[in-house]
Design a protein around this ligand. Structure first.
Ligand code: AMP
Ligand code: ZN
Length: 481
């Protein structure tokens, strides 16, 4: 059973595929005009955790995530770089894929391009005009008549008054000639500055509006009604409100049964922006020595309905990335736990994703997986991994029990999309000479059966932030979290 908050009904609802077989969902994809930032990736990573949790709960999924390769920004920047729109967006699409791969995102089953769906969009405009929901203006643009769709504002809970008075200001600056300020463009007449980026239509040369692109791609690839639609909270209004108005006015059907919105990532308490110098890409974080999986860990460390504050700078304004350092420690702790379970299991091969579907319930990590099924509670799932690690008596497990726990652990890690640092990386943590010296003295003290001295040295080591564990071969040192 998977439960998730639905923006439309403002309630937590149980999910199940309409057709009883495959859970079909659409995520608004990246605008490919520059590198995606870690905020965008918070949304994409949590959508990925959602998909993985559904799959590992036994549902087949069909995940469509588009590429926004046609809008004001892609055209503007392609023109500025003197490249064709397709060359320009292909470059940023490839960078996006590369980052997605590094963050261990599953590729969507389908990644439609907006440009490739212009005929579908034109057909939808014609249908909307025929049904009285759209009108052409003198300059050759076509607008959606918001007042023609009574349910407009249902998703964002804006009433007609608010729409008239202000919210519409966010729609677009380059729309004029409208009957009402809240009407939005379905087709934008050709402008000089768009260069060669225009298409023919029954209303003259131009290009489709952004909102229409998703409506057309959803309809083409998921049909008139599908299971879930998702994006960041900024898309609730106007983008998703407009998608609903377009799609439902055409089809007369509820577009999506569930609306899944993700709250934004903040950096050092504020909005991320280039001018504030707090705009981070995956590549930038790799360049300062972090592993993308550490970034992934931070991005899932708070609940998707809570804003996540990514702390990059310390009090003096120095970029120390405490959140990423914390993620590194946490991943190492999980790797240690894994390693000790493997020791008890004897032999263990990391299972394929598909094999994890068969994991029997009952392992101690079941609770962590269930936290994900309960409104995708990623921080709770992580917390339960650590609390289980504390209570599990790994040393007294039989090989079979250890294997069962390992499969349970792998199932929740696979749902979170976390990969563990390898044993080699573990070993490469540099232990300060001073700590090694104390550990060696302690070993000596133990040999001499000087237990009081051994305990005293262990306390000193702990006080200096290191954990000493006795092993068959001697001891192991790892940083305390
Ligand atoms: P864009 O590339 O701007 O079309 O955005 C791609 C996705 O990232 C959309 O679902 C946005 O809602 C989402 N998004 C944009 N900014 C942030 C942010 N700071 N935190 C989380 N998600 C974001
Ligand atoms: Zn969209």
């Amino acid at each position: 059973m998977m439960k998730l908050f639905d923006t439309m009904s403002r309630s937590i609802r149980t999910l199940s595929p309409r057709d009883g077989e495959t859970f079909r969902f659409y995520c608004c994809g990246p605008t490919v005009y520059g590198p995606a930032h870690i905020g965008n990736f918070r949304t994409f990573v949590l959508q990925d955790v959602f998909r993985r949790t559904m799959e590992l709960s036994g549902f087949r999924t069909y995940h469509v995530r588009n590429l926004t390769d046609l809008d004001d920004k892609t055209i503007r920047d392609a023109q500025a770089s003197k490249k064709s729109l397709s060359d320009f967006t292909a470059y940023w699409r490839d960078r996006f894929h590369e980052d997605g791969h590094r963050l261990n995102l599953l590729s969507p089953h389908l990644e439609p391009s907006a440009v490739a769906h212009i005929p579908h969009q034109i057909a939808m405009i014609a249908e909307l005009m025929e049904k009285g929901h759209a009108y052409a203006s003198a300059d050759g643009s076509v607008y959606y008549r918001v007042s023609s769709f009574a349910q407009y504002g249902r998703l964002s809970r804006l009433d007609q008054r608010e729409l008239r008075e202000g919210a519409s200001g966010a729609i677009s600056e380059d729309e004029y000639d409208k009957d009402s300020v809240s009407d939005f463009a379905l087709w934008k007449a050709r402008r000089e500055e768009d260069g060669v980026n225009f298409w023919e239509s029954p209303w003259g040369q131009g290009r489709p509006g952004w909102h229409l692109e998703c409506s057309a791609m959803c309809r083409e690839h998921l049909g008139e009604r599908f299971d879930l639609h998702s994006g960041g909270v900024d898309l609730i209004f106007p983008h998703h409100e407009n998608e609903i108005a377009q799609s439902e006015a055409c089809t007369g059907q509820t577009m999506a049964d569930h609306w899944f919105h993700l709250t934004h990532l903040l950096v050092d308490g504020g909005k991320m922006s280039k001018s504030l110098g707090n705009f981070y890409t995956i590549q930038q974080l790799i360049d300062v020595g972090f592993d993308p999986i550490e970034v992934r860990y931070v991005l899932i460390s708070s609940h998707y309905r809570q804003p996540l504050n990514f702390v990059a700078k310390d009090a003096d304004g120095k970029e120390t990335f405490p959140a990423l350092l914390g993620a590194r420690q946490a991943l190492r702790r999980i790797a240690k736990l894994h390693q000790s379970l493997v020791q008890m299991a004897g032999e263990f091969e990391i299972p394929e994703y598909s094999r994890l579907l068969e994991v029997q319930e009952g392992a101690s990590f079941q609770g962590a997986f269930e936290a994900l099924q309960n409104d995708l509670n990623t921080p709770d799932a992580l917390g339960r991994i650590f609390s289980t690690a504390k209570t599990l008596k790994v040393g007294s497990l039989s090989a079979d029990e250890a294997i069962r726990e390992l499969l349970g652990l792998h199932r929740v890690l696979a749902a979170l999309g976390l990969l563990l640092p390898s044993h080699e990386e573990e070993k490469s943590i540099e232990v300060p000479a001073e700590i090694v010296e104390k550990a060696e003295s302690r070993r000596q003290a133990k040999l001499e059966k000087n237990w009081a001295e051994a305990d005293r040295l262990r306390d000193e080591i702990t006080a200096m932030g290191w954990k000493l564990t006795d092993t068959k071969e001697g001891y192991e040192l790892c940083p305390l979290n």
